[in-house]
Each structure stands twice: as C-alpha cells, then as structure tokens.
Write a protein that binds this ligand. Structure first.
Ligand code: SAH
Length: 344
C-alpha cells in the first residue's frame, strides 16, 4: 500500500478521475492531509463513506518513526527518523529570525563523495520517495509543535540525483490548500549536477537555487569534490549564468572554509574573479569538523580576512553563524553515530 504523501494535487486529480469521482475532491483531501493533519481517513467528514473505504484500500497515512529528537540551546531541533525499510535519515529544524526552516534529506547516503562531508562516508542505498521527504516536514513540525515557514533541501543526499521526487516534494510543499510554503521560501542545494541545473531553471515555480562551490578553481575543486571531474568549474558557472538569465533570481553560493585548503587570500581573490558580475550571494560556512576526516575549520582570523576581501570587492557575502553546535550538529553525523551504535 502506497503513502498518500507521494501524491501531488495533479496526481490526486488523476486518481479521482480514474475512479469517476469529481476532481475538486482532491483539494479537499490536500486540506485534510496538510491543514488538519489527519491520522485516519475516517476523519474526512465531507467525503462519502464508500470513497473513504477506497482510499483506505489504496493508501496509508503512516508518519515517520522518530528514533531520537535533540534540542539545542539556540532552538535547533534535530530528528533521526527510521524509514519503513529500517534506513535512518536526519531532519533539522533551524530557528531563524524570520521563522523556522526545515533542512531535509533526499537520499539514504550519498554518492557524490565530497571529501570533507560525513554524509558521503556511506554510499547511497536508495533515493527517498516523495512521501519520505514530505513526511520529514510534516512529522518534524508535529513532534516539535513548530510551524515551518522555510525549507532547505540541504540534508543528506544530492537532491538533483533524485530530481523527480524532489520536484514533486516542492509541488506538495507549495500547495496553497496544503502546507503553503511559498516558493521563495524553498531552496534546493546541489554540488553541481549541471544538466539538472538547466532543467531546474525551467521549473515554473519561483524556487531558489544554492550551489555548493567550495573552491575557486578546478585544481582545488577536483581535489575535494569528485563531481568536478564530470563538470568543470567553468561549465558550472555557465549553468549558473543560464539559471540567472532564465529565472532572474539570485543564486546562493555556498563556500565552506577549510583551513589551508581553500581559505587563502589568493583563493578569496580567485573567487571574486570567478563570480564577478554574477547575481549571487556568497554564504561562507564554518566547517563542522568530522572525526574521520583530516580537514580543519579555518581560524576566525582567516575567515574574517576572506570575508573582508569579498566585501571589499563588492561581492554580496555573509559569514554564516553556527547553529546546533551543542548537539550532533555536523551534517550526517547523527545518522552515522546511530548506525555505529546499531553496529551497521
Ligand atoms: N548534496 C547537496 C546538498 C546536501 S549538503 C549539496 O552538495 O549542496 C549541504 C551543504 O552542507 C553542502 O554545501 C555541503 O557541502 C555542506 N557540508 C557538508 N559537510 C559539511 C560539514 N562537515 N561542515 C559544513 N558544511 C558541510
């Protein structure tokens, strides 16, 4: 039996039509699922009994099983969920001045192999279904009793390696009678799967794009991000340009500062040259050290020096503040710690 949370409004409409039901019923169902957050189909008081029985035959309303929930002093809440097949995924709620954002996982493990990242230490086992991404938002919001206003697709996995399910996830998030998360409040982050950036640019909703760049040239990027062997930095920048041209939207560039690797004055200047004239916003991110990895966080001084160079050269830049430092905060570490505990 399939999760009903896999279904976008259009898919529900097709389902209704195939059963000879009125398509407008699908909007009512969306409302029951995401506004009233029903736990049983019997709660749908404006739907006739016989149709409820049909829904029960075809779909389940299962939530995700919560394994652990950690709360940080600063309001960050981190969940470890177990999927029906036993796999573990992480979801984080972050407390920002503009509201809460959810950071969701898109794959079990990741195949991109970025050298600094904890998520990629476990290869991808499978893509998440749309429902498993949707349910992270729904379940986390219910368990923490928090209204989520923003979503970032920056958890474990490469979202553009699970493109269709991520697109359906966005459609469901954005549904006006459902969770109603504004498209401008949704950001997808990619390590740079270039063909999918072109495809994403054509997606009609006004969603945001973030690029994990992390290096100003091919030499360094080849060393820390294997995806750069397939799509060189110039090819990636071309795709970013196209995205900006087509959508007229600013792109976020993520840049983790790794001590002695990509945080030098020369790197900062090369980054300015690379991004010159582009409508981008650079997010400098302090590296969350991972025990099994040799990389170190840049010193405060180096981070500030890097930031100042970008600022002076008129690049839009911010130095991201850290959140959830007192819980298993580093990306993918909650999952890997639990897997160790369970002997996986
Ligand atoms: N695969 C996508 C989304 C998931 S990773 C991507 O690469 O964008 C989300 C972001 O966290 C990426 O920018 C990633 O490079 C970064 N990241 C991974 N490990 C990190 C760590 N230990 N500390 C800080 N950022 C990290």
């Amino acid at each position: 039996m399939e999760s009903i949370y896999n279904y976008t409004l259009d898919m529900l409409k097709d389902y209704m039509i195939s059963l000879g039901e009125k398509p407008f019923r699908s909007s009512q169902i969306i409302e029951w699922l995401y506004r009233k957050k029903i736990k049983s189909f019997d709660e749908m008081s404006n739907i006739k009994k016989s149709f409820i029985e049909k829904l029960k035959e075809d779909f389940n309303l299962d939530r995700l099983e919560c394994v652990t929930k950690q709360e940080s002093q600063d309001g960050t809440v981190k969940f470890l969920f177990r999927l029906n097949d036993g796999n573990l995924i992480e979801t984080v709620l972050m407390n920002n001045e503009y509201g809460y954002s959810a950071c969701v996982t898109t794959q079990v493990g990741c195949n991109m192999g970025c050298c600094f990242c904890a998520s990629g230490m476990k290869k991808k086992l499978r893509n998440l279904e749309t429902s498993e991404i949707v349910l992270q938002v729904l379940t986390a919001s219910e368990l923490a009793n928090i209204k989520i206003t923003h979503v970032v697709v920056m958890g474990i996995g490469e979202p553009f390696d699970n493109f269709d399910n991520v697109i359906n996830f966005i459609k469901i998030l954005n549904e006006p009678l459902g969770l109603e998360i504004g498209s401008r409040h949704i950001t997808v982050s990619t390590c740079g799967l270039v063909p999918k950036i072109y495809e994403y640019a054509k997606f009609p909703l006004q969603v945001n794009l973030a690029i994990s760049l992390h290096a100003p040239n091919n030499e360094i990027r080849d060393m820390i991000m294997p995806i750069n062997k397939s799509y060189k930095i110039e090819t990636l920048v071309e795709a970013i340009k196209d995205y900006i041209d087509v959508t007229n939207r600013r792109v976020t560039i993520e840049y983790i500062l790794l001590s002695g690797i990509n945080d030098t004055v020369s790197c900062a200047n090369q980054l300015c040259d690379l991004l010159h004239g582009l409508n981008v916003y650079v997010n400098l991110i302090p590296y969350n050290e991972v025990k099994e990895k040799p990389y170190k966080r840049s010193t405060k001084e180096d981070m500030v020096k890097f930031f100042d160079i970008l600022k002076k050269r008129r690049i839009n830049v911010q130095l991201r503040r850290e959140q959830g430092g007192d819980i298993d905060a580093a990306c993918g570490q909650l999952r890997s710690n639990q897997m160790k505990k369970e002997g996986l």
